[in-house]
Write a protein that binds this ligand. Structure first.
Ligand code: DC
Length: 229
């Protein structure tokens, strides 16, 4: 098993179960888990609240840059069993940032270079002490290209949409299957085609296609990798 603390970078497509997997790994290793998508989602929520992004996703870039100067995002362990939750300007926004409206707009906001710089500087701070598991889109390629272990997660889009749908139903929402799949494919497209830090598999990443794998199987898979290191 890995002796010293490392950075584990988990990148991949939307709804591949990155965060569930990353949280379990962090708990198993006693590492800190950082949900990097939550930071992009919090910036998006703030942009929506300040009417900086329109209905048709046009963005007022200079207003967004000004907004970032006074935006404070933090993770606090206020949730059930000390679960980490996202705070925007002192307010708990953990459930608001998961809303479909935010999901529909986040890839547009995450494509803006000023937003990426803002989030990256936070992430670099978290990574300094090692012993972290981060999930996102560009962790192993742009944020921590020297991360000791990189995983690239993928799964069949239909299976991802079904998982997302079940997650939303469990939260008491009433999602439309076609809309969920459309949002997923749209985000895949924007995330892989943006100019700055697009989602792409790092050369030294290990691919995990979990289309037909249980969480237990995924954990055994990664623990095996860690044992062999
Ligand atoms: O992981 P998530 O679905 O919560 O991420 C939300 C969005 O944030 C995703 O569509 C792309 C963006 N993102 C990113 O560009 N880079 C990251 N490291 C993490 C997320």
């Amino acid at each position: 098993m890995q002796k010293s603390n490392i950075i584990i970078a988990i990148d991949g497509y939307s709804s591949t179960g990155k965060s569930t997997f990353a949280k379990l790994i962090a708990a198993k290793l006693g590492y800190i888990y950082i949900d990097t998508g939550a930071l992009y989602r919090a910036v998006t929520l703030s942009a929506i609240d300040h009417r900086i992004i329109s209905e048709n996703n046009t963005i007022d870039n200079s207003a967004l840059e000004k907004l970032l100067e006074k935006t404070v995002i933090e993770f606090r362990t206020t949730g059930e069993n000390g679960k980490s939750e996202t705070y925007l300007d002192g307010k708990n926004v953990e459930s608001q940032i998961r809303r479909l409206e935010v999901s529909n707009k986040v890839s547009y906001i995450a494509a803006i270079p000023a937003v990426r710089n803002f989030v990256d500087s936070m992430l670099k701070g978290y990574g300094e002490k090692k012993g972290v598991v981060m999930d996102g889109r560009d962790i192993g390629t742009a944020v921590f290209p020297n991360a000791e272990l990189k995983i690239f997660m993928t799964a069949d889009p239909q299976i991802r949409a079904e998982r997302r749908l079940q997650e939303m139903i469990q939260k008491g929402e009433n999602p439309d299957r076609d809309e969920v799949l459309k949002n997923l494919l749209e985000r895949d497209y924007i995330d892989t085609h943006r100019e700055v830090a697009p989602l792409t598999q790092a050369k030294d990443a290990i691919v995990l296609d979990n289309s037909h794998m249980t969480l237990d199987e995924q954990m055994n898979w990664i623990l095996d990798i860690l044992h062999k290191r």
